[in-house]
Design a protein around this ligand. Structure first.
Ligand code: F6P
Length: 361
């Protein structure tokens, strides 16, 4: 009997259930009644606490289009994994023990960057691990695409589209804040797809005067409105010059702003004399049904993971590279971030049609 555990960890995204379904269905087709799948609740927390249940094939039916994750998820920071806190729980020890108690042959982990660091740790600790790259941020190193990204891009683009119509009617300046604290993939793609006039991403520090000039130039050219697509992690050139610690301290003092966009809006308002409105779709971007692209990609990743299990190729993440699904060693993935390259063709394309990144290219 093959015994496979499965868990989803970190922030959720569209396509988690379709990926889980892909893994399970492919395993049942291959191993029929010779496989047992254990669903571990709420990510690594469930593995630490030993909260798992034997799943039935029916559990994986009807979930292709379902948002969220049927297994539940949680954020368990990697940096705390080896730290024994007030509850005296040795998390790594517990996870290893529970893996053994469940008599697992392999653990399938669906997650983003933090999740992959812990997955790599467990793999180094001797557990058989296979992972799938999920996140709306598309920032996992080693894969060209993560599932969740396209669905979130559709939602974020729709927000920019809707803001366009009201901004046009009123002749207003709008900021749409898009998810992504560390990387700007989602903001870049939704910004280009939605026809934003300014795109601010963490990879390109902005100059507030340059943004104000862009808005005023548009006003002079008779454009009645301006739309800014701003990543949660957008950073000014002054902030970029600070150390991580200094930046954190500076931001902590600015409690009057619920998020970065409100600060940018205030400064731009002062510089342009215009009223700037802010829209923050937030977690809306992670919700709902996966788009067809994500359903296909997550199913491909799921079946590829099942194949790796069958071939006992553990310690790998399934990844999309040059159109093919391939295994990439966890040791290569863990701890790296896939940022938007500054020479990205999409950035160049955006610049060529006059979109500003708030910098001086
Ligand atoms: O990593 C996915 C993501 O949605 C980021 O884009 C966002 O910055 C973050 O998670 C939000 O985290 P939380 O769901 O914990 O508020």
């Amino acid at each position: 009997m093959l015994r496979v555990g499965i868990l989803t960890s970190g922030g959720d995204c569209q396509g988690l259930n379709s990926a889980i379904r892909g893994v399970a269905k492919a395993l049942y087709v291959r191993f029929d009644s010779h496989v047992e799948i254990y669903g571990i609740a709420d990510g690594y927390r469930g593995l630490i606490e030993g909260n798992a249940r034997l799943m039935n094939p029916e559990d994986f039916s009807g979930i292709l289009t379902l948002g969220g994750t049927i297994l539940g998820t949680s954020r368990q920071p990697f940096k705390m994994m080896r730290v024994v806190e007030d509850d005296s729980v040795d998390k790594v020890k517990n996870m290893k023990e529970n893996y053994k108690k469940l008599k697992l042959d392999c653990l399938v982990i669906l997650g983003g960057n933090g999740t992959h660091k812990t997955a790599n740790l467990l793999s180094q600790e001797g557990l058989n691990i296979v992972t799938l790259p999920k996140t709306i941020d598309n920032d996992i190193w080693g894969t060209e695409m993560t599932f969740g990204f396209y669905s979130a891009m559709n939602i974020a683009t729709n927000v920019v589209d809707c803001i366009h119509t009201t901004a046009t009617s009123h002749g207003r300046v709008f900021i749409v804040e898009i998810m992504g604290h560390k990387v700007g993939w989602l903001t870049l793609y939704a910004g280009v797809a939605g026809g934003a006039d300014v795109i601010l991403i963490p990879e390109i520090p902005y100059d507030i005067d340059e943004i104000a000039d862009t808005i005023q130039r548009r006003n002079k050219n008779g454009k009645r409105f301006s739309i800014l697509a701003v990543a949660e992690g957008a950073i000014s050139k002054e902030e970029a010059a600070l150390s991580k610690k200094q930046l954190k301290a500076a931001r902590t003092l600015e409690t009057q702003y619920p998020s970065i966009s409100y600060r940018i809006a205030e400064r731009l308002g002062q510089k342009t004399g215009q009223e700037i409105r802010v829209t923050v779709p937030g977690h809306f971007q992670r919700g709902g049904s996966p788009c067809p692209y994500d359903r296909v990609l997550s199913t491909r990743f799921g079946t590829a993971a099942a194949n790796l299990i069958a071939e006992k190729k553990f310690g790998n993440m399934v990844a999309l590279q040059n159109g093919a699904i391939i295994p990439v060693p966890l040791s290569e993935v863990a701890g790296k971030l896939k940022r938007v390259p500054l020479d990205s063709e999409v950035i160049r394309t955006a610049r060529e049609i006059g979109i500003s990144f708030g910098d001086h290219p």
